[in-house]
Design a protein around this ligand. Structure first.
Ligand code: NAD
Ligand code: GLY
Length: 361
């Protein structure tokens, strides 16, 4: 078992990374002084796969265990389903000493976290992420949210978990498409801050390692270390944390312009990273050789490097609406080399030219 510390003073917590370790969750929660009632929030797909192991360990360590099983999918990430979690919590008699455990991917984690942040003004929250994307990104750092018709993740909070506890073996039941989507975020970590991680990914393609749990332990740990360091320096995204949005400005625009139907989050971020790299090259910030390396690894991974059937006007509309835009200014995270990025405003005409010439299929 590996442990990564996310340092936030009295709210610091450990990220546990292991293989077939779910039976250790109860004792680890005990070590944190947790007791009493627990509500496991999961969904209809993950529950039959992993809930039983968690229920056993929690019961063995003296917790009283309850479940809230949500429907599966991003479409259900809304306040109605948070209300369902509150109902389950009240019916089970959860009090301020109780805990909510999120067992699932980022959708379950974001919703369970929002419920934990608001039920009785906040109760203990534990993340047990079961997708690659949630293990390297969504479960870490305390962003919890639900969607609103006005936009994705528009209703939310910063609410840190007491612990993140992941079993890398849960990746074995995940589809290769979902693994690929999570892998885009790992590529992102390489570009924003770790050249050696990036080279390692180039030399060890994920498709050759898809069932290699030691490989995943390694790259997940490296990714968690980067995210933990960034969040511990800038929990509320006043500055540095924005680097985690590399690829996301265009990515979120593509997702929104296609009503979240055409691209997975990782695919949209992959196109966004290629777009940001092309813009950076056009602005003279990165060499064309390094830009090519970014495009090549993304392509070799089987992630898209271009898009089609989306007009500039639509894309621009959604990019401007992104909640990271400030007073209509679009600040981009742009790579200056592999392992280093800067925040810079980008002229919309330059962006249009680069995207239309280089990214539209
Ligand atoms: P997801 O939660 O929808 O999971 C993807 C699919 O995999 C679902 O069908 C799920 O039921 C299934 N699944 C989960 N674990 C499985 C397993 N071990 N085996 C088989 N199937 C499994 O999607 P995701 O990619 O994990 O997360 C995306 C969500 O995360 C989005 O809502 C996004 O906004 C959010 N997110 C949040 C943050 C954050 O910082 N809070 C960061 C990135 C993304
Ligand atoms: N996923 C971006 C962040 O946590 O800030």
């Amino acid at each position: 078992m590996k442990k990564v510390e996310l340092a936030l003073g009295t709210r610091s917590y450990q990220i546990h990374i292991g293989i077939n370790n779910l039976s250790r969750l109860g004792p680890e929660m005990r070590k944190l002084g947790l007791r009493g009632k627990v509500l496991i929030v999961t969904n209809t797909k993950v529950e039959p796969l992993y809930a039983e192991s968690l229920i056993d360990t929690l019961k063995e360590t003296g917790f009283s265990v309850h479940k809230a099983v949500l429907p599966d999918g991003e479409n259900y990430k809304n306040l109605d389903n948070v209300a369902f979690i509150y109902d389950c919590a009240f019916n089970a008699g959860l009090d301020r000493q109780s805990s909510i455990i999120a067992l699932g991917g980022g959708v379950v984690g974001d919703m369970a976290g929002f419920a934990a942040a608001t039920y009785m003004r906040g109760i203990n929250f534990i993340q047990v992420p079961t997708t690659l994307l949630a293990q390297v990104d969504a479960s870490i750092g305390g962003k919890v949210a639900v969607n609103h018709p006005q936009g994705k993740n528009m209703i939310g909070a910063f609410y840190q978990p007491r612990m993140v506890f992941m079993d890398i073996a849960t990746l074995l039941t995940l589809s290769s498409g979902e693994i690929r989507s999570g892998f885009a975020e790992i590529i992102k970590y390489g570009v924003i801050s770790n050249h050696s991680l990036y080279s390692y990914l180039e030399e060890h393609p994920f498709l050759e390692n898809i069932d290699n749990l030691e490989y995943w332990m390694d790259v997940v740990e490296k990714s968690c270390l980067i995210k933990a360091q960034v969040v511990s320096k800038d929990e509320r995204e006043q500055g540095l944390r924005a680097i985690l949005n590399f690829g996301h400005t265009i990515g979120h625009g593509l997702e929104a312009a296609t009503s979240y139907q055409k691209y997975s989050h990782g695919e949209a971020v992959a196109i966004g990273m290629v777009g940001a790299a092309c813009i950076a090259r056009e602005m003279g910030l990165i060499s064309s050789g390094e830009e090519e390396r970014i495009k090549n690894l993304i392509g070799k991974t089987g992630l898209p490097v271009s898009y089609s059937d989306i007009s500039w006007d639509d894309l621009w509309f959604y990019i401007q609406r992104d909640k990271k835009a400030q007073d209509g200014n679009i600040n981009f995270i742009l790579p200056t080399s592999i392992g280093s990025v800067i925040l810079s405003p980008v002229d919309s005409e330059l962006m249009r030219k680069v995207l239309e010439q280089e990214l539209v299929k």
